[in-house]
Ligand binder design. Structure first.
Ligand code: GLU
Length: 279
């Protein structure tokens, strides 16, 4: 009798072990399609894009120098847009095989996750936190966070910000997080996008606008009654983001960047948009 019970318990344990192992196996498979260790899944993303005949790329529409809609032509123009066109050229041999969709700092990762866009080329800093959600290309642009103020403002840099200052920033950006850390006493007012934030600054809703120097440079060009102060207080290396596991697509992006550098096209584009050679 005792032996039979022991035998039954052993069988039960064996069956449980088998079920646990089977469960783990399923999890690993599911994970690999997300994490991108399986070759099949990645090939599918790039192949589906090729099948569709065009890329769908998320870019900013309100950010001068990177992605700004030209109201006269309806075209979106900027450094990010030109990099995006180069990726289309790499994949299709034709830079016009791309559709642009507007993203903001807040919407870009959700739009990538739900499949509405194939990639993000939108002033996006590579961070450890974001790497949990998306895969990034090599760094394609080096920015740093700074401040934009009225030319007659007493603010000279990050040290001028105190409990009496109101700083404008954009939701979902690293800028919002960084400014709370670097100027914890200042009040931070968050906007949906850079157009709204800049309009807020012009309407005196705050004393300074904070984000990457290159974005602020575009605003300074749009309205010279504002200027950048104090230099950079963070490093913001930009990367192009794809859905996790889309390795073949990411490879095509990195190949494009390598090609842009080796052909000298990168420097030409950089100079065209920023007026200087890259450092
Ligand atoms: N590069 C920063 C970021 O990724 C600020 C620019 C932006 O909001 O896109 O958050």
């Amino acid at each position: 009798m005792k032996q039979r019970i022991q035998w039954k318990v052993s069988m039960l344990l064996l069956v449980s072990l088998f079920l646990i192992l089977a469960g783990c196996g399923g999890g690993t498979d599911g994970g690999s399609s997300n994490a991108g260790t399986g070759g099949g899944e990645e090939a599918t993303a790039l192949e589906a894009i090729k099948e569709r005949g065009k890329l769908i790329i998320g870019v900013k529409n309100d950010t001068k120098l990177f992605g700004l809609k030209n109201t006269a032509t309806g075209e979106i123009e900027g450094f990010d847009v030109d990099v995006a066109k180069a990726i289309a050229k790499q994949i299709f041999g034709d830079e016009s095989k791309v559709e642009f969709k507007e993203v903001t700092s807040k919407t870009r990762i959700p739009l990538l996750q739900n499949g509405e866009i194939d990639m993000i080329v939108a002033t996006m800093t590579i961070t450890e936190e974001r790497k949990q959600q998306v895969d990034f290309s090599e760094v394609y642009f080096e920015a740093g966070q700074s401040l934009l103020v009225r030319t007659d403002s007493p603010i000279t840099g990050i040290d001028s910000l105190d409990a009496s200052t109101k700083v404008l920033a954009v939701k979902g950006s690293t800028s919002t997080k960084n400014i709370r850390e670097k100027a914890p006493d200042a009040t931070v007012l968050e906007f949906e996008n850079y157009q709204d934030a800049f309009n807020g600054l012009k309407a005196n809703k705050g004393d300074a606008l904070t984000t990457d120097n290159a974005i602020l440079l575009g605003m300074q060009q749009q309205d010279p009654s504002f200027h950048l102060v104090g230099g950079n207080f963070t490093d913001e290396p930009y990367g192009i983001a794809v859905k996790k596991g889309n390795e073949a697509l990411l490879q095509a992006v990195n190949d494009t960047l390598t090609e842009l550098h080796s052909s000298g096209e990168y420097d030409t584009l950089y100079e065209q948009w920023f007026g200087t050679k890259p450092e």
